[in-house]
Design a protein around this ligand. Structure first.
Ligand SMILES: Nc1ncnc2c1ncn2[C@@H]1O[C@H](COP(=O)(O)OP(=O)(O)OP(=O)(O)O)[C@@H](O)[C@H]1O
Ligand SMILES: [Mg+2]
Length: 271
């Protein structure tokens, strides 16, 4: 059995529940919209914010959607996908992204980053937006680096926005005494909630429609099982919905019913 067979069995023009959606094709559920709006606010205010959510809750997708709404000529985006870029990493990334050749010594590198951030704002009239993804993985020295950077920013006329995205542990981590100086600069915290059962149903229907079908394909009880097992988290719902389509195909069924959904849940649990 191939995905192509499943696709053609259900008459999809394209197999749904893929992950490469353009910003305009995203599902607009509450948590997603709220996260996008808050990131937009942080950018406009040149503030520091923390957006948390469970694995697969849509943090990266929301940040990308918020970035896609920004006027490209007025913003410079620095997306740091993973803190594992090392100790010099954050500053070196910023300097490189702003067109500089990172200086060797850290003190010089910090000054260089600050200077380039200033030039970007004052001379080019561009707001720098730093998005630090997987920020729950930042180690203490990296958090300290971010704090130093925001300190420098306070003293100069080079405001930038800093968005920290991470798993829920990020919030408690920042609350630890040693990070108080950074935590106090955080003006906004948002925890992306899971989708409600209604949102999951609408999310699945949205993907099915993107696949080229407008009729009902998932039964209500199948949707309820998928919502419950996936806990309303978009990535989990995608995986379960895709497995349920495969199970329904194997059952020679024209719709995804409770049985197919249950098979998908068992299969995903077993992984
Ligand atoms: N608004 C949305 N519309 C459509 N699909 C979405 C939406 N939000 C999330 N998804 C789907 O869920 C998947 C997971 O989202 P995302 O990668 O943003 O989660 P995450 O919270 O960053 O997860 P991780 O903690 O693993 O980094 C995406 O690849 C996408 O397929
Ligand atoms: Mg992510």
């Amino acid at each position: 059995m191939s995905i192509e067979q499943v696709r053609s069995h259900f008459g999809f023009s394209k197999m749904p529940f893929g992950k490469d959606l353009s910003p305009s094709a995203l599902h607009r559920h509450g948590g997603h919209l709220e996260a996008v709006a808050r990131i937009g606010f942080l950018v406009a205010e040149a503030a520091i914010g923390v957006v948390t959510g469970e694995v697969g809750s849509g943090k990266t997708v929301a940040a990308r959607a918020a970035m896609a709404e920004l006027e490209p000529s007025r913003h410079t985006l620095i997306y740091l996908p993973n803190p594992a870029i090392g100790a010099r990493g954050i500053y070196a990334e910023i300097v490189g992204r702003l067109g500089g050749a990172p200086r060797y010594f850290k003190s010089a590198l910090i000054a260089q980053a600050t200077e380039l951030l200033g030039i970007e704002a004052a001379e080019r009239g561009r707001r720098v937006v730093i998005v630090c993804d997987e920020a729950h993985l930042l180690d203490p020295s990296q958090l300290e680096e971010l704090r130093l950077l925001t300190n420098a920013e306070m003293d100069s006329a080079s405001p930038f926005a800093l968005v920290l995205l991470g798993q829920p542990s990020l919030r408690s981590r920042l609350r630890l005494g040693s990070f108080a100086a950074l935590d106090q600069r955080v003006t906004l915290r948002y925890a992306i909630p899971p989708m409600t059962p209604e949102e999951t149903a609408s999310y699945v229907a949205h993907h099915v429609k993107l696949g080229g079908r407008t009729d009902t394909l998932f039964s209500d009880d199948a949707l309820a099982s998928i919502h419950q097992a996936g806990r309303g988290l978009p990535r989990a719902v995608n995986n379960l919905a895709r497995s349920a389509l495969v199970a329904a195909y194997a059952n020679h069924s024209a719709i995804v019913d409770e049985k197919a959904a249950r098979q998908a849940v068992t299969e995903v649990d077993a992984e």
